[in-house]
Ligand binder design. Structure first.
Ligand code: ADQ
Length: 486
């Protein structure tokens, strides 16, 4: 990536995005040369087009421990402002409180959240550190859009030190029901942090309603109105008299890279030894994504001889959070299942599960999505799930079928998918078979379902998401930063 260092004149930064990660990875070679490479992930996928359009500033951690590099501008004009994290910050704030406390708590306790005071202290300190950086880069009266669960204290801190800013907060993961949220030992302080924003967005109305319930129960705030999609008609009046808007803004993708119709599907399938049927999974290797469950469902279908032995299941699993125990355990279980299934049902030199623990370039994902007959997206819980939308975007010709967990946020919009309950293995098996049978015996129905899904994704792309959120945020800013008139 071509980048250039910039003068530290921040007076023009009137639009600032803040996220845990910068949309790049820094690698340093043996000679000490720095190289920036684009990094994968749902958030990056979603926000890059918006920032490029605004020539905005992005504040985030560059992905390496220790002293951060100088701010620089990408070739598409986005100013990247790195935040330094130490090893202790990384362990306590990122691996600890963000990913071993909040992540499992907000994903409905698929594994047990761990509550450690020292992680909470690290989380507070790092949020404070981000606040100092944002305060440095943001112009007077700027609009600041804060992303995700790692930075829930940031709106509150910024609101205190920079009351001139208009602050938006968007949560990319689910927000749990009050009974779960109340487990958190620091629940009031975390909630006060989020309530520092002028606008708070969630993917789903149900997430937003959970948040309103929590705010009412735990912060002495008053709630008015009801939640809308892509609009703000629900409000929280905080105990200090500020008015905060709350809405549902289902995130989506930039479909353009996925609309490529030139993919040589036959060549991709030939690479996989020409299976009669190609089934695909693409996920970060995370226990929320239900990878093991879909492997077990396929194993049982092979046991029952319900699917052809010339079917290949290709699973691309991106390495993720690899030092955290539950992630190591999930990887062990998945890889054991892959070995077992291939041992039981594969033929010599012909595995039926092709498993790859790797991140692949987007162009490769487009090829794989396009070549796959059936896509399996089976999370136990997922804020949205962009993989589901990317697959659908690649099938504008009506080919293919998608089996989708009803616990993925995407299921609300993608109601024409073959919806399954990942906690019920029979349901997963049934819907895989429905999808296969529709493709084989009722192609017109399968085609019509896929075309409806495709239209939904194309019409509600990432620009619709960001546009709706920003319009509501700018309106909130016009209202004197949310202070209620007496
Ligand atoms: P994630 O949990 O990371 O995102 P998801 O929404 O599916 O999940 O986004 C993953 C992104 O990474 C997709 O764009 C996908 O193409 C890419 N990706 C996945 N595996 C890959 C691989 N092996 N190689 C290359 N790229 C890969 C979080 C929430 C989601 C929410 C998003 C956005 O958990 O619920 O949809 O943020 O809000």
């Amino acid at each position: 990536m071509n980048t250039s260092a910039v003068e530290s004149d921040y007076t023009t930064n009137d639009f600032v995005v803040v996220a845990n990660r910068l949309p790049v990875d820094l690698t340093i070679d043996a000679d000490g040369n720095h190289e920036w490479t684009p990094s994968p992930g749902g958030l990056v996928t979603a926000l890059s087009p918006v920032l490029e359009h605004h020539r905005g500033c992005w504040v985030g951690w560059p992905g390496t421990i220790g002293e951060a590099p100088e701010p620089f501008r990408t070739e598409t004009g986005v100013l990247l402002h790195p935040v330094t994290l130490s090893e202790a910050d990384f362990e306590g704030f990122y691996e600890g409180f963000s990913n071993a406390t909040l992540w499992p708590l907000y994903h409905d306790l698929i594994v047990h959240p761990r509550y450690h005071r020292e992680w909470w202290e690290a989380y507070r300190e790092v949020n404070q550190k981000f606040a100092v950086e944002v305060s440095t880069v943001a112009a007077e009266g700027a609009t600041v859009w804060i992303q995700d669960y790692q930075l829930q204290l940031l709106p509150g801190i910024l609101q205190q030190i920079r009351p001139d800013l208009t602050i938006g907060f968007f949560l990319h993961i689910p927000f749990p029901a009050p009974d779960l949220y109340r487990q958190l030992p620091w629940r009031e302080e975390l909630l006060r942090g989020v309530l520092g924003a002028d606008l708070i967005g969630f993917h789903l109305e149900s997430n937003a309603r959970n948040f309103l319930d929590v705010a009412e129960q735990l912060s002495g705030s008053e709630v008015s109105g009801t939640v809308s999609v892509r609009d703000v008609t629900a409000f929280i009046t905080t105990s200090d008299g500020r008015r905060v808007g709350v809405g549902a803004f289902p995130i989506s993708i930039d479909p353009s890279p996925f609309l490529n119709t030139d993919v040589d599907v036959a060549a991709i399938r030939a690479e996989l030894d020409n299976p009669d049927l190609l089934i695909l999974g693409v996920d970060r290797l995370d226990y929320t994504k239900g990878i093991l469950q879909r492997l077990r469902a396929l194993e049982e279908l092979h046991e029952l001889e319900a699917i052809d032995t010339n079917t290949v299941f290709l699973q691309i699993a991106t390495p993720s959070r690899e030092r955290i125990d539950h992630y190591q355990e999930t990887r062990r279980e998945v890889e054991e299942a892959v070995g077992r299934i291939n041992g039981r049902f594969g033929k010599l030199g012909k595995p039926i599960v092709s498993y790859h623990h790797v991140a692949v370039p987007k162009s490769r994902l487009v090829e794989l999505y396009s070549a796959a007959d059936v896509m399996l997206v089976t999370p136990y819980k997922d804020g949205m799930n962009l993989v589901a939308k990317e697959y659908v975007a690649c099938h504008g010709d009506g080919s293919g079928a998608i089996v989708l967990s009803e616990f993925a946020g995407a299921a609300e919009e993608l109601s024409q998918a073959y919806l399954c309950n990942p906690f019920d293995i029979e349901s997963v098996k049934r819907q895989i078979l429905h999808a296969i049978r529709a493709l084989e015996s009722d192609p017109e129905t399968a085609r019509s379902r896929m075309l409806k899904l495709h239209e939904q994704v194309i019409q509600h792309d990432v620009d619709v998401w960001a546009g709706a959120f920003l319009q509501c945020l700018y309106s909130a800013g016009d209202g004197d930063n949310g202070v209620v008139d007496e």
